[in-house]
Design a protein around this ligand. Structure first.
Ligand SMILES: *Cc1c(COP(=O)(O)O)cnc(C)c1O
Length: 431
């Protein structure tokens, strides 16, 4: 089996638990109240989020059971997802390294985001809720949540940044096909939205404003809660199915990765792949070189400061300790919209601060070139976010070649780029 091009797990190997890294990070700084600077407990989060998710957010249990009904939903979206080897890329690069990648692009909405969207919607329906609200930029998270609410008999109210609503309509149609209510933000539905529309009826919107609207809409109605697609502990927790499967798949072919790679926006797909391996590091069993990849346009882990900051622009969230570029930082409009966050998840930030992981940042042009090479030799078109991980994997493989080392590289293929062709066209000047 060594050298297998594709490794599958049988369907009864959909993971039965998530790995909660918080249990292994006793020094993780808690969220603070912005005015009193006192640590916040679960009570502060119950009004806004699904209750089970809040409990998971604060849980110190190392393994959290995945309900069987949710495992069935995971099966439906293609879990366990296959692990691939990029053999043709290795040959093209003439590298002694082996490059493996985990296929999170094969889900119905084309990315890893369903792993948490389904969990959040599942618990929401169990708790008798009727609706989830959220914000979305380009629409990856909005489409994942719309699919998840549809599968769990809930409504979705998605506030989509107005410029994206106008200029990137395809994921909007995906959301609408799943039955979601998608409104351009700022909207007339909330006080925040009305305030911005009064100032400028053509307001282009921003992720910060859309978050504020989604939160307001959730707080106004008892049967409605708010769902977030990255950064929080419980979101990263749900993503660990990726790494739990990948570990088994590597073991099945008798391989052990030397280098682990993932792109980082808020940190969820990165954490999903690497946390189950980092468990080995924290428990003193093993070591890996773990690389978080960012755009140079928004390099929070690479150039940010490790300190308490707001999670959003409007200063409505608790203070969280993380690597941050400052909550007022507005990254330039790059095509990897999912990587434009000013901070990074608290757990990922702490691991960076401890030296357990490292980070690199790449400019957009290099990233798209790597993506087009990947498309040519492997036949897969990565999402612009995913292309950051592809670029880092290529760089690691070339380094191995220089050093004459037989390294094993594993990266997370977080999503496909078939709805991001406008970005490809612009950066690579395709016509
Ligand atoms: C949203 C997204 C990302 C970035 O978000 P993380 O929470 O950092 O994973 C990366 N890749 C894809 C395909 C995405 O949709």
């Amino acid at each position: 089996m060594t050298g297998a091009l594709r490794v599958d797990l049988p369907k009864d190997e959909v993971p039965r638990f998530w790995y909660n890294i918080v249990a292994d990070l006793p020094d993780l700084p808690p969220p603070l109240h912005p005015a009193t600077k006192e640590p916040l407990g679960p009570e502060a989060f119950y009004p806004l989020f699904v209750k089970e998710c809040v409990d998971q957010e604060f849980s110190k249990e190392k393994e959290i059971r995945i309900p069987d009904e949710l495992r069935e939903l995971y099966l439906r979206i293609g879990r366990p997802t296959p692990l691939y080897r990029a053999k043709r890329l290795e040959e093209y690069l003439r590298t002694p390294a082996k490059i493996y990648f985990k296929r999170e692009d094969l889900s119905p909405t084309g990315s890893h985001k369903l792993n948490t969207a389904l969990a959040q919607a599942y618990y929401a329906s169990k708790e008798g809720l009727e609706r989830l609200t959220t914000e979305t930029g380009a629409g990856q998270w909005g489409s994942a949540l719309s699919y998840a609410t549809a599968m769990n008999g809930l409504e979705a109210l998605v506030f989509m940044v107005r410029v994206s609503y106008m200029q990137k309509p395809y994921r909007k149609y995906v959301m609408k096909l799943y039955g979601a209510n998608v409104v351009p933000s700022p909207s007339e539905l909330t006080e925040v939205g009305r305030k911005f529309l009064k100032e400028d009826p053509e307001h282009p919107g921003s992720l910060g404003i859309a978050i504020s609207e989604a939160i307001e809409a959730a707080l106004k109605d008892e049967k409605t809660k708010y769902a977030l697609g990255s950064v929080l502990n419980h979101v990263l927790l749900h993503q660990t199915v990726i790494g739990i499967e990948a570990k088994k798949q590597m073991e099945a072919i008798d391989e052990k990765p030397d280098v682990l790679i993932g792109s980082v926006g808020g940190g969820s797909n990165f954490a999903g792949l690497v946390f189950p391996f980092i468990r080995d590091i924290l428990e003193g069993r093993d070591n890996y070189d773990v690389v978080a990849v960012e755009p140079t346009a928004s390099p929070s882990l690479t150039n940010g400061e490790y300190r308490y900051d707001f999670g959003d622009t409007a200063e409505t969230t608790p203070l969280i300790k993380m690597y941050t570029l400052g909550h007022k930082f507005v990254p330039p409009p790059i095509h990897a919209g999912g990587l434009r966050y000013h901070g990074a998840a608290p757990t990922v930030s702490l691991l960076k601060n401890k030296g357990v992981i490292r980070s690199v940042a790449y400019p957009q042009e290099d990233v798209f070139k790597a993506a087009s090479l990947f498309a040519k030799v492997e036949g897969l078109i990565p999402a612009p976010e995913t292309a950051h991980a592809v670029k880092a994997a290529i760089d690691e493989a070339l380094k191995a070649k220089e050093d004459g080392k037989e390294k094993v590289i594993l990266f997370n293929y977080s999503g496909h780029g078939l709805l991001d062709l406008e970005g490809y066209k612009q950066v690579l000047k395709l016509d």
